[in-house]
Write a protein that binds this ligand. Structure first.
Ligand code: HEC
Ligand code: HEC
Ligand code: HEC
Length: 118
């Protein structure tokens, strides 16, 4: 009797752990569409592309969303925090766009790589 209960419980626990794991995998399996960042006046807006970062440059989801947690997995979560002053100090996009890992945010010649006129 006791062992039957134990097996049922163990099965339930296994099942919930598996579902949790599958949920995480699924969250990381879908590459979201482009995100338009528009608090850029007087510069033209910036388009952040998951396709070019995650798919083409093969940057892993956790590199931006877990350790370190540069960005929430929620569009608009960083609203008001992505200022050039912060980027130029190496925060947010600036943790890579610093002239070492990727083109910098401080060079006049590179502004238009992010701020693209439509
Ligand atoms: C180079 C950094 C970077 C990488 C790599 C990256 N993301 Fe993102 N992700 C962002 C940014 C920036 C945002 C927007 C955050 C904000 O607006 O505050 C975002 C937002 C999201 C959102 C919310 C989208 C919405 O419409 O609300 C999801 C979901 C997401 N990312 C999933 C992923 C997955 C899955 C991967 C891997 C395939 C991934 N991200 C890789 C930077 C990244
Ligand atoms: C790596 C991409 C990137 C580069 C390169 C870049 N910016 Fe930005 N810029 C952003 C993002 C992201 C925002 C914030 C958008 C938002 O929050 O909606 C922003 C915002 C701005 C703003 C709005 C006010 C502020 O202080 O944030 C100005 C002005 C601006 N950028 C000017 C520039 C100039 C000038 C350059 C070149 C010297 C430059 N940017 C280079 C990504 C970039
Ligand atoms: C984890 C590192 C990383 C972060 C964080 C990151 N980038 Fe990038 N990004 C790259 C690399 C690498 C490239 C390839 C270009 C290069 O080698 O200079 C790139 C290329 C780009 C390009 C040119 C290709 C394209 O998509 O059109 C844009 C624009 C850009 N990034 C914008 C952003 C913005 C805006 C943010 C912040 C919301 C951001 N990046 C955050 C690493 C990063």
């Amino acid at each position: 009797m006791k062992s039957k209960l134990f097996i049922t419980l163990a099965g339930l626990i296994m099942f919930s752990l598996l579902s949790l794991w599958a949920g995480k995998q699924q969250a990381f399996a879908q590459v979201p569409p482009d995100i338009l960042l528009e608090d850029t006046k007087p510069q033209p807006p910036v388009t952040f592309s998951h396709k070019s970062h995650a798919t083409e440059k093969k940057i892993q989801c956790p590199d931006c969303h877990m350790n370190p947690k540069l960005f929430e997995m929620k569009k608009g979560a960083a609203k008001g925090k992505m200022k050039m002053a912060a980027l130029n100090k190496g925060e947010s996009c600036g943790s890579c766009h610093n002239g070492t890992k990727a083109f910098a945010t401080k060079e006049a010649k590179d502004c238009a790589k992010c701020h693209v006129k439509k």
